[in-house]
Write a protein that binds this ligand. Structure first.
Ligand code: G3P
Length: 217
């Protein structure tokens, strides 16, 4: 299972990278705005900084909602750095743009996916990643994990190579349950990754080992 961090915060990206378990980064316009990164030039420069911090794929989202605009923007994003993955919304023009980029060998991430049918379309269009939003489904009393399960079954039935990138992860149990269901990738906040470390018995056990070692000294 690949671990991506879902943020545009450079300190948090660096912390996850330093932990040695980071495989990539996902961003979106809201995450950029949260860091105060606005304006096209600043946003493009920020993507470059993120790519320099990590080794893996970095999703950069287009703002256009029409095919021509998405192609123009996506080509500019892809030209920024070899690690850039063009992130496209799950709308008709996004699916069309996904097919265009996958035919050209440019990696894509189809985002804002909330149903198995949308995920099937993304795979048909050759998406590298599909991003079902778990947390946002949970927010509206709909089981987000069930969607991951459905997509896994459909992709396995036909051998689709599109990777299931479980997004809108909010906490450690989302990560663990996605791992059980066979999601290829999870993207979440730093807390959802670091939270996996925690167990009181680890802390108690380590304190006891150190206490016993020090008895002899
Ligand atoms: O990767 C998608 C993510 O950015 C959305 O997360 O927490 O805003 O639903 P959230």
């Amino acid at each position: 299972m690949k671990f991506f961090i879902d943020t545009a915060n450079l300190d948090q990206i660096k912390e996850a990278q330093d932990l040695g378990v980071l495989d990539g980064v996902t961003t979106n316009p809201s995450l950029m705005a949260k860091e105060g990164i606005t304006g096209q030039e600043n946003i493009l420069n920020h993507y470059k900084k993120i790519c320099e911090l990590v080794d893996g794929d970095v999703s950069a989202e287009v703002i256009s909602t029409d095919f021509e605009g998405m192609v123009k923007e996506g080509e500019a994003l892809a030209a920024l750095h070899p690690q850039i993955v063009v992130k496209l919304p799950m709308i008709a023009d996004g699916v069309k743009a996904c097919k265009y980029f996958s035919d050209k060998g440019i990696k894509t991430n189809v985002t804002l996916v909330f149903s198995a049918g949308q995920a099937l379309l993304a795979a048909k269009a050759g998406a590298t990643y599909v991003s079902p939003f778990l947390g946002r489904l949970d927010d509206v009393s709909t089981d987000g994990l069930n969607l991951i399960d459905e997509i896994r079954m459909i992709y396995d039935n036909y051998g689709f190579q599109t990777e299931i990138l479980a997004a809108s992860i909010r906490h450690t149990m989302h990560v663990i349950n996605c791992a059980k269901l066979g999601a290829d990738v999870m993207t979440g906040p730093l807390s959802s990754i670091k939270g996996l470390l925690n167990h009181p018995l680890t802390d108690i056990g380590l304190a006891k080992f150190l206490e016993d070692y020090n008895k002899g000294n």
